[in-house]
Design a protein around this ligand. Structure first.
Ligand SMILES: [Zn+2]
Length: 79
């Protein structure tokens, strides 16, 4: 489920974001990173929604570094 629009999507339409066991938050481009995951559509509208609402911070119960949002934005503009 996308944490931006809350719709169920296929995995290939989503980007996985992972909070690793040591507390770092990273984009999981391989699908193999272990940790607690959240998904967002490859859709800039979902991204904007998420960024505005700080939904990621809430999902992971931590504050998300700006670099994670920058990585996400880059990932979306490439796909
Ligand atoms: Zn979405």
């Amino acid at each position: 489920m996308c944490i931006g629009c809350r719709e169920m999507k296929n995995r290939n339409e989503l980007i996985r974001i992972v909070r690793t066991p040591d507390g770092a938050v990273v984009l999981d481009k391989t699908g193999k990173t272990s940790g607690r995951g959240a998904y967002i559509c490859k859709d800039v509208n979902c991204f904007m929604k998420l960024k505005k609402s700080h939904g990621l911070d809430r999902s992971f119960k931590t504050s998300i570094p700006e670099s994670v949002y920058e990585d996400l934005e880059k990932e979306m503009s490439e796909s």
